[in-house]
Ligand binder design. Sequence first.
Ligand SMILES: *Cc1c(COP(=O)(O)O)cnc(C)c1O
Length: 398
Amino acid sequence: MAESSDTPAAPRPLGAGTLGVRGATLRTPWREHSPAIFATSSFVFDSAEQAAAVFAEREAGYVYSRFTNPTVEAFEKRLAVMEGAEAGIGTASGMSAILVLCMALLSEGDHVVASRTLFGSTISLFENILSRFGLCFSYVDPCDLDAWREAVTPSTRMLFVESPTNPLCEVVDIAGLAEIARAADARLVVDNCFLTPVFQQPIALGAHLVMHSATKYLDGQGRCVGGAIVGDQETVGGTLFRFMRTCGPSMSPFNAWSFLKGLETLQVRMEAHETRARQVAEALVAEDAVRHVYYPGLPDHPQHALASRQQGGFGGIVSFDLVDQAAAWRFIDRLQLASITANLGDTRTTVTHPASTTHLRIGPEARARAGIGDGLVRIAVGLEDAADLVDDIRGALR
Ligand SMILES: *Cc1c(COP(=O)(O)O)cnc(C)c1O
């Protein structure tokens, strides 16, 4: 059993880099320095009496890795500390984190107000799966607080948002949304995938729950699929934990170990992604073929002031418009250093054409409403040298 789960004492709140390396360190009596992987499905008891006590939750102890595993717990606790949350749970994927949130916290007839610019599978989960179980969803312009307010009904129990949005990097006023959620007695859930706790802490801004696709920046190296939810002890440590225990969309210990190691380098990676993304954005602005660049770090971004206030950094995703789909595809095919793949948050720069891939299924009308044109290209800037990335982009544009 874990011997300790401590964050070092400090005279002032520790930074994201320190917490990523040393927050909530779990260590066994073997005194391992780097975290161990507990590849075991179950845990043994000294006696029948002790087994009964642990099962009845009268005594703390690991039981079965569907819901208690020291490696998964180490990841959950460290992410929770980094997000400023009381508790966390790991899940099998980012999508299963959203599934868990909705299934565990909502019931038939409940209503969710969501941003209309969400990760494609999130909309599919809401529309094609959860709506069959009596949940109702409305979609609004994420930047229009009045639209959120007007969409709330007496049955609204959850507000769901990503900020910045994918792929246009619109920035949503999280504190403003948190107020609307509180007035409606609903929970605000923020998908914090794009910025991670290094650049954004939604709970400090008033959000109730934060979810992650750990697959992205938390792993950061394109290795494993996983997800997480953090929030208050009663909801996450109680309701969601019991849901995980019964339903089991659990994170594997190996993946948890990969994500835990990812957290150790999260701050330096996020800063490096951002440095490169800024240089890519600035280089794109200077190109004649580029009609518009979407990056919250640019002074002419419509929510630049909000992003500067709300975020500790602008992140690693840059999108831009070329004249049409043919120009976008030609650009993508000419790049030498970017992988044509849907993942993001990887060491390797990735490039996508949203209109024909990630946002194909939402249809042309929804794309037009969301401002996703046929010439739009999204780059998730990796950790290659900025000068090499900029050369590659310039070469592909000319
Ligand atoms: C990838 C992603 C998800 C889904 O996560 P998976 O780990 O792929 O299941 C959810 N939200 C956002 C913003 C994502 O980028």
